[in-house]
Design a protein around this ligand. Structure first.
Ligand code: UD1
Length: 433
C-alpha cells in the first residue's frame, strides 16, 4: 500500500507557498459546465480531487487543457448530456455539484450518491430540498440520483436551509444561476469558498449577490460567457502548515494567503502560545518553547473550521495541560484519535467531545490516514514524534494537499514516499509536473 515514511524529531523552518483552495476549485470546475465559452481558471490546486472532476467534465464533452501547472482552460461549449461516470463520481464528495451544474445546463442529471471522507452520515437532503424547490423532480434509487427539471429549465425559488451546509449552499447557487427568475437562499453558509464561487459565476455573467452573508440572492440569467478567474488560496492547507510550524517548534512564513480567512486559526494558535504575525498576503508562525492547553469548538465559518480539528488535536497532545475539543459539525470526526493513541497520545472521546491530556511524548508507529485532514494530522504527529512513523492510505491526503511531502521536506521534514501501486497513484490525467 502507498505510504509515507516519516523520520520524526524535525523542526520546520523557512517559507511555504499555499496553493489554490480545494473546496473552491471542486465547485468552480463543475460550475464551468454552465458556461458556453472558455473559462480560464488560475490557481487551480494540483490534487487528485480536481483531477477527478476535470476527467468527469472531459467525459461529458468538455475541452480541458493546462496552460501551466496552476492554470487551466475549460471549454464546455460542446458538452452534451449523458450519465455522469459512476466510478469517478463515487470517489469524491464534491461530485454532488454535478447535480446542480447538469440540471442548470441540461435540465437533467443522473449522478451517483457522492463519496469522499467518511465522518459518519453525510446526507444530501438539503441539496435535494433546494433542487426540488427550483422545480426539479429528484429520485434517489440504487445509489443514483435522478434529477429532471419539470419543463426543461429550473425556476427561481426561496429556499431556507434547515442546516447551514456549505455543499447545499453552493449547489443551489450553481443550479440557480441559469434558472428563470430569482432564487433566494436563506440560512446560507458563509465560507470564503462560497464567496469565491459567487465571484467566479459573476465574472462569467451571473448575477449572484450576498455571498458571505446568510442570505444569497441569485437573479437567473439566460447564458454565461467565458472569462478568466483566479481561485483564492486554501485556508485549510495554510492552517495545516501553521500548526505544523507551531507543533515542531519551528518558524515558517506561510505565503500566498488571505490572512482574514485565517483569523479563527491564528487566534487559537496565539492562545496556545505560538507567535503569529500577519502581513498583507502572508503569516509568520513561530512555535513556542511550551505550548499551552486550549479548548475549541468547530462551527460554520467564521467559527473554527472542522477541517482543522484533527491537526489541532495533535497540537493539544503536546500542550502543558488538558484540552477539550467539541466537534460541532460532524458526528464521527474523531477516528484519528485511535491512530494517535498508537503513538502514545492520551485522549478520551465521548460522542462529539474529545478530552486530550497534554504533555505526552509521541513515538513513531504504523498508522492510517483515516481521511484527508486526519491524514494531515498524522503527518504532523509523525514529524513531532521520536523514531519512524509509517502512514498508509495516503491517497486521502493526496486528494487535498498539493505536493505535500515536497513542501514539507523543503521546510526541513524528512518524509519518504513509497508508491507500491505504481506511478498512476502520483499523477492523474491532467497533472503536469
Ligand atoms: C464541506 C467541505 C468539507 C467541510 C464541510 C464543513 C467540500 C467539498 N467539503 O463539506 O471539507 O468539512 O464543508 O465545513 O467543500 N448536512 C445535512 N444535509 C445536507 C448537507 C449537510 O444534514 O444536505 C450536514 C452534514 O452531515 C454536516 C453539516 O450539515 O453535519 C455540514 O455539512 P456541509 O457544510 O454540507 O459539508 P460538505 O458540503 O459535505
Amino acid at each position: 500500500m502507498d505510504r509515507y515514511i516519516i523520520h520524526g524529531g524535525t523542526t520546520l523552518n523557512g517559507e511555504v507557498e499555499i496553493s489554490g483552495a480545494k473546496n473552491a476549485a471542486v465547485a468552480i470546475i463543475p460550475a464551468a459546465l454552465l458556461v458556453q465559452g472558455v473559462c480560464r481558471i488560475e490557481n487551480i490546486p494540483q490534487i487528485s480531487d480536481t483531477d477527478t472532476l476535470l476527467t468527469i467534465l472531459a467525459e461529458l464533452g468538455a475541452r480541458v487543457s493546462y496552460l501551466n501547472k496552476s492554470t487551466i482552460e475549460i471549454d464546455c461549449t460542446n458538452a452534451r448530456y449523458q450519465d455522469a461516470p459512476y466510478d469517478l463520481m463515487r470517489k469524491i464528495r464534491a461530485s454532488y455539484y454535478l447535480i446542480g451544474s447538469m440540471l442548470g445546463r441540461f435540465g437533467s442529471a443522473k449522478t451517483t450518491m457522492p463519496g469522499g471522507c467518511n465522518f459518519g452520515v453525510r446526507p444530501i437532503d438539503q441539496h435535494i430540498k433546494g433542487m426540488r424547490a427550483l422545480g426539479a423532480e429528484i429520485n434517489v434509487r440504487g445509489g443514483y440520483v435522478y434529477a429532471d427539471a419539470k419543463d426543461g429549465r429550473l425556476h427561481g425559488a426561496r429556499i431556507y436551509l434547515d442546516k447551514v451546509s456549505v455543499g447545499a449552499t453552493m449547489n443551489i447557487m450553481i443550479a440557480g444561476v441559469l434558472a428563470e427568475g430569482r432564487t433566494v437562499i436563506e440560512n446560507a453558509a458563509r465560507e470564503p469558498h462560497i464567496v469565491d464561487l459567487a465571484n467566479f459565476l459573476n465574472s462569467m455573467g451571473a448575477d449572484v449577490r450576498g455571498a458571505g452573508t446568510d442570505t444569497i440572492k441569485i437573479n437567473g440569467v439566460d447564458t454565461l460567457h467565458g472569462g478568466t478567474y483566479t481561485i483564492i488560496p486554501d485556508q485549510i492547507e495554510a492552517g495545516t502548515y501553521m500548526v505544523a510550524a507551531a507543533a515542531t517548534g519551528g518558524e515558517v512564513l506561510v505565503t500566498n494567503i488571505i490572512p482574514k480567512h485565517m483569523e479563527g486559526i491564528s487566534a487559537k494558535l496565539r492562545e496556545a502560545g505560538a507567535f503569529v504575525e500577519e502581513y498583507e498576503e502572508a503569516i509568520l508562525v513561530k512555535g513556542p518553547a511550551v505550548l499551552r492547553r486550549i479548548n475549541l469548538k468547530t462551527m460554520p465559518y467564521p467559527g473554527f473550521p472542522t477541517d482543522m480539528q484533527p491537526q489541532f488535536g495533535v497540537l493539544m497532545c503536546l500542550a502543558d495541560g488538558t484540552s477539550v475539543i467539541t466537534e460541532g459539525i460532524y458526528d464521527n470526526r474523531f477516528k484519528y484519535v485511535n491512530e494517535l493513541r498508537k503513538m502514545g497520545a492520551e485522549i478520551q472521546v465521548d460522542g462529539r467531545v474529545a478530552v486530550i491530556e497534554g504533555g505526552r511524548r509521541l513515538t513513531g508507529a504504523m498508522v492510517h490516514a483515516c481521511d484527508l485532514r486526519a491524514g494531515a494530522a498524522m503527518v504532523i504527529a509523525g514529524m513531532v514524534a521520536s523514531g519512524v512513523t509509517e502512514i498508509d492510505d495516503i491517497h486521502y491526503i493526496e486528494r487535498g494537499y498539493e505536493r505535500f511531502v515536497e513542501k514539507l521536506n523543503a521546510l526541513g521534514a524528512e518524509i519518504e514516499v513509497r508508491y507500491d501501486s505504481g506511478e498512476d497513484a502520483k499523477t492523474g490525467l491532467y497533472s503536469v509536473s
